[in-house]
Design a protein around this ligand. Structure first.
Ligand SMILES: N[C@@H](CCC(=O)N[C@@H](CS)C(=O)NCC(=O)O)C(=O)O
Length: 241
């Protein structure tokens, strides 16, 4: 039995974390049965979500989870791709996860209005008295991580310009195709869907959302990925319309 440790659905997104959504989508792509548990953050092996428990084996980090599923269940998320295409898929995946991610994180956590509308509301789920302490602590920690990674040292307009460049690049690469790598979904689509849906989330007032909304193909892609893997999440389909 596989258990996916997640934060939980919010803001109309399957999960607040794009990395959790990525893993959930990979599990759906692999047609594997799994349960979602939103109470595992305190026991996360690497202090982050997602991680999974697969019959007693714990695997942390979305990339290692993907590799584990491929190895244990004989899945190839990049089936049909040649070596060059696999290299391109890897590069796009890591652009979104290790670069674009920080621009999205900045827009959700540093901007006061977005924090109040988003994460501050999410933390309302935490029981008292932790609810009074955790949001401020978490925000301070995220700001420190943004600074440590380097993105947080840039001016707001510079961060937006970097995020926009990634979204434009992804939309240009997607042009004329139903999925990122062609006619069939591959592992990259789990990441791309998670990040594009997060960027399009209307709750957050950010130039990154405007940049994503300008790409009709990116919106349509989020719509048909949601229809295929999250038919019950009708809100995403609305943003994509
Ligand atoms: N490289 C990790 C990234 C996971 C990650 O950054 N998770 C964030 C949420 S989006 C997290 O758990 N943050 C909590 C923290 O840093 O305290 C993966 O691919 O799974």
């Amino acid at each position: 039995m596989i258990t996916l440790y997640a934060f939980g659905s919010a803001f109309g997104l399957p999960d607040v974390s794009p990395f959790v959504t990525k893993v959930e989508t990979l599990l759906k792509m692999a047609d594997l049965e799994f349960a979602v548990d939103t109470s595992g953050f305190n026991k996360a092996p690497k202090g982050k979500l997602p991680y999974i428990d697969d019959d007693g084996e714990r695997i942390a980090d979305s990339t290692f989870i993907g590799w584990h599923l491929e190895k244990k269940y004989g899945v190839d998320f990049d089936k049909g791709l040649d070596d060059e295409q696999r290299a391109v898929a890897w590069a796009f995946e890591k652009m979104l996860e290790d670069h674009t991610y920080w621009t999205v994180l900045h827009s959700r956590w540093v901007d006061d209005a977005n924090f109040a509308a988003g994460m501050a509301q999410f933390f309302e789920r935490i029981p008292l008295p932790m609810r009074l302490i955790v949001p401020r602590m978490a925000r301070r920690q995220i700001k420190a991580e943004l600074r440590g990674q380097g993105m947080g040292r840039h001016a707001q307009e510079e961060i937006v310009a970097l995020g926009k460049q990634s979204l434009d690049a992804a939309a240009a690469f997607l042009a004329g195709k139903p999925y990122m790598m062609g006619d069939e979904p591959t592992g990259l689509d789990a990441t791309a869907f998670a990040f594009f849906a997060g960027a399009l989330c209307p709750l957050f007032e950010t130039p990154l959302r405007e940049a994503a909304e300008r790409h009709a193909n990116l919106k349509a892609y989020v719509g048909h990925m949601a229809g295929r893997y999250y038919p019950d999440h009708t809100e995403i389909a609305r943003w994509a319309a």
